[in-house]
Design a protein around this ligand. Structure first.
Ligand SMILES: *Cc1c(COP(=O)(O)O)cnc(C)c1O
Length: 353
């Protein structure tokens, strides 16, 4: 398919890379294509970034039939622009699509389109340490029909946002509230898809945790409120003695690409790694007995986010005295080193735009 390109006639001023925040500034262009059952995905185009005109009846606004992805492009010191394991994001997008009754995309075509878009707006990629160009592909149900059923028509869009360093003041371990009541996802539900509605469902608990001074919520399983699942919109790891453990993908956990990369790296370093069930009691007992060495979240936005403190019911514990652990630091340095081309990419994880 030929990608039609309409360039902006009013390029925007690029922001300072010191004060970007996350997802507040958008580049000059976006990629779009449409789906109908008759034509499949068609009319791929790159057009100026701007508002969409949607009827109030548009299905996604009511029933959240929508999926998204999150990835980053980095500017290496030698000027190359690098993507990190982008095919994994596009494969996951198709798994999310399948769960949400959205027609699949062609990952190779979308990767080419994504590279063309990033290349066109490459001057927007910030260069300060820790900054990147965040890439947001998403698909939504576009029928202006109120019946509850899978839509006939969809829109696929990719837009770009220069984002600041997650750790402007250095990596700070955060305080986490172990949510005893609300749940993020349940096996059989949509938790393992990157589906829009999952995030709306999590806001209430996040707001309550923030009000108590915690940065995020640690989600427990929906049935027994015992098994650790995720932390905010990140996967979670614990270091118990010499074992590094993360919850096994149970059906309610989002299979993160940073999670997978951390597991791959740890195994390549010959470390003892497990994907298994982890109860919150085990975490607290490991703290009491002195074997809980580290805890951290993993995700594209922060890469590695150390947990300094956990609050469960009225028991507050400190992890590693509230400091970043040696392993979390090594993983952060290695992953960001590979992503930005500072370290050799021995596992073939980066792809040049
Ligand atoms: C996106 C996401 C993650 C992290 O996935 P990455 O591919 O590592 O960025 C983890 N949990 C949830 C709920 C997510 O939405």
């Amino acid at each position: 398919m030929e990608i039609r390109v309409q360039l902006t006639t009013t390029p925007k001023r690029k922001p300072e890379s010191t004060n970007l925040g996350f997802g507040r500034v958008f580049t000059d262009h976006m990629f779009m294509m449409d789906y109908t059952p008759e034509q499949g995905w068609h009319d791929p185009r790159i057009v100026p970034y701007g508002p969409l005109a949607l009827e109030p009846a548009t299905a996604v606004l009511h029933y959240a039939q929508a999926v998204f992805e999150g990835m980053k492009a980095f500017r290496a010191q030698d000027g190359r622009v690098l993507l990190f394991r982008p095919r994994l994001n596009l494969e996951r997008l198709n798994r999310s699509n399948a769960r949400m009754c959205i027609p699949p995309i062609d990952p190779e075509f979308v990767l080419q389109a994504l590279k063309q878009l990033v290349n066109l707006d490459r001057d927007w990629i910030p260069t300060a340490p820790g900054t990147a160009l965040y890439i947001r592909p998403f698909i939504f149900a576009a029928d202006p029909i109120l019946g509850v059923h899978p839509a006939r028509t969809y829109k696929f869009i990719i837009f770009l946002s220069p984002v600041g360093s997650y750790y402007a003041q250095g990596i700070n371990p955060v305080s986490i509230y172990v949510e005893p009541e609300y749940v993020r996802a349940v096996r059989g539900g949509t938790g393992e898809a990157k589906a829009a509605g999952n995030y709306a469902a999590g806001l209430k608990a996040q707001q309550a945790a923030n009000a108590e001074g915690h940065a995020q919520v640690l989600w427990l399983d929906a049935l027994e409120h015992r098994y650790v699942e995720e932390v905010g919109a990140m996967n979670v790891f614990f270091k118990f003695g010499d074992e590094v453990a993360t919850p096994a993908l149970s059906g309610s956990i989002l299979p993160g690409i940073v999670r997978r990369s951390v597991l791959d790296l740890l195994r390549s370093w010959g470390m003892e790694v497990s994907e298994r069930r982890i109860t919150i009691e085990e975490v607290y007992e490991a703290h009491s007995s002195g074997t809980l060495k580290e805890a951290f979240g993993t995700g594209t936005a922060a890469v590695i986010s150390p947990i300094g403190r956990l609050a469960w019911r009225d028991q507050v514990i400190q992890v590693n005295e509230g400091r970043i652990g040696e392993l979390a630091q090594k993983l952060y340095d290695t992953l960001t080193g590979i992503q930005t081309g500072r370290l050799p990419d021995e596992l073939g994880w980066t792809e040049e735009v």
